[in-house]
Design a protein around this ligand. Structure first.
Ligand code: ZN
Ligand code: ZN
Ligand code: ZN
Length: 193
């Protein structure tokens, strides 16, 4: 009996040339094979990802090492993110404190739309009235309103244009006929079998 490991290496499944471990048929790296069933040993393949020869279930390209690697990376990333989260919370806290200070000491007003504080002059409308939203938010709202009226209102156009409605109905009818034709042909082809 050879004292070489009973497992394989490389894409062409060459015999492993390392020595057996004591009380085992396999070398140190291939000790895991001792846990395999005969079927698993038979179904051995070369993993394209970790380059090891091991049992890979049918239909799988890798042994699962890629998934494990991705999981490990995700965990690492999460750990690295933790200090960032704490820093962010601290920043948020400081921002809140600063807002409170501006309100208390400078008479700033909190805008209910953008949740930012602005000087009182920012809350005076074009007619000199007190406004709920700050200057910025009013400007954004104005632009949004202008854009909305510019967009085409199709349901309204359909209502005002009977020809368009007719066209849409006709298209639906045509396509229904086509669909029926398909179904008929399909049934006939089945009968022939
Ligand atoms: Zn080996
Ligand atoms: Zn692998
Ligand atoms: Zn605002």
């Amino acid at each position: 009996m050879s004292n070489k490991c009973n497992w394989f290496i490389g894409p062409d499944l060459k015999p492993c040339n390392k020595n057996k471990q004591e009380d085992s048929d396999y070398c140190k790296t291939h000790l895991f094979v001792a846990e395999y069933t005969e079927e698993e040993k038979e179904a051995k393949k070369h993993c394209s990802s970790c380059k090891k020869v091991l049992y890979i279930p049918d239909g799988q390209k890798t042994c699962g090492c890629a998934e494990a690697k991705i999981k490990k990376l995700a965990e690492k990333r999460r750990d690295e993110r933790q200090p960032h989260i704490e820093k962010k919370l601290e920043e948020q806290n400081n921002k809140l404190k600063e807002k409170q200070r501006l309100i208390n000491e400078m008479g700033y007003i909190l805008c209910g739309y953008c949740d930012e504080v602005h000087p009182p002059t920012s809350f005076i409308g074009t007619r000199g009235q007190q406004t709920q939203s700050c200057e910025n938010c009013r400007e954004i709202q104005k632009e949004r309103d202008a854009r909305r009226t510019k967009q085409r209102d199709w349901s309204q156009e359909y209502k005002n244009n009977p020809a368009l409605v007719e066209k849409k109905k006709q298209w639906k009818a045509d396509n229904r006929d086509k669909q029926r034709e398909y179904e008929r042909k399909y049934k006939e082809s089945k009968k022939g079998l």
